[in-house]
Ligand binder design. Structure first.
Ligand code: PNS
Length: 190
């Protein structure tokens, strides 16, 4: 176990199974892990900071060394205020690397005493991102297995019309298929 506090910063809009996987891995190697949600008024998030805080708290309730918090402004300043020594970030694929490298080097420039530690989530989550989860859910698509159940439930509540619209579309498609089948049968008989 690594001594000291590590920060796992991010937007978590919404938290995914990939995030949770990384939190569990981080909790094993750091004495204390603070999952820090960025309060960014510029973006228009799907979930409010309060909703994300609540979801993450519920999801990590069993992890005694994990704490959920929010921050504003420069992440390194927030990290310093907690006397954290490490920043934890996840890397899924090579495409993440460039952005993460830039951010890690900028953070090092801003605060040389803070180390960024990269961890990889389980490969089954290597394609899962909050952005894609939002996109699928906004179209009423299934997100089971990509996000924890509590998040899936919240997405369904928030996007109820999108899910209803997709159900209606699927019923329409089934209806058309059945009609085509009946028509085919009718032609054969004739
Ligand atoms: O999950 P995300 O959206 O990729 O997380 C990005 C985050 C929140 C870690 C990053 O945008 C951040 O730290 N923002 C705070 C402002 C800051 O310190 N910017 C300089 C980073 S190089």
């Amino acid at each position: 176990m690594n001594k000291g506090i590590a920060i796992y910063p991010g937007s978590f809009d919404p938290p995914t199974n990939g995030h949770l996987d990384l939190i569990e891995r981080g909790a094993k190697i750091f004495e204390e892990l603070v999952v820090a949600i960025l309060r960014n008024s510029e973006k228009s998030p799907m979930f409010s900071v309060a909703e994300r805080l609540e979801m993450l708290r519920e999801l990590t309730a069993n992890l005694k060394t994990v704490r959920i918090d929010t921050f504003d402004g420069l992440m390194v300043e927030y990290a310093k205020s907690l006397e954290a020594t490490c920043i934890l970030r996840g890397i899924r694929a090579i495409s993440d690397y460039e952005y993460e490298l830039q951010m890690a080097l900028m953070n090092r420039k801003l605060e040389p005493t803070l180390e960024t530690v990269f961890m990889m989530p389980a490969d089954k989550y290597s394609y899962v991102s909050s952005r894609l989860v939002r996109e699928v859910a906004q179209a009423g698509g299934p997100v089971r297995g990509l996000v924890p159940e509590v998040v899936e439930q919240k997405l369904r509540e928030k996007l109820d019309p999108a899910y209803k619209l997709r159900d209606a579309r699927q019923i329409e498609v089934l209806g058309r298929r059945n009609f085509a089948k009946l028509e085919k049968k009718g032609k054969k008989k004739a």
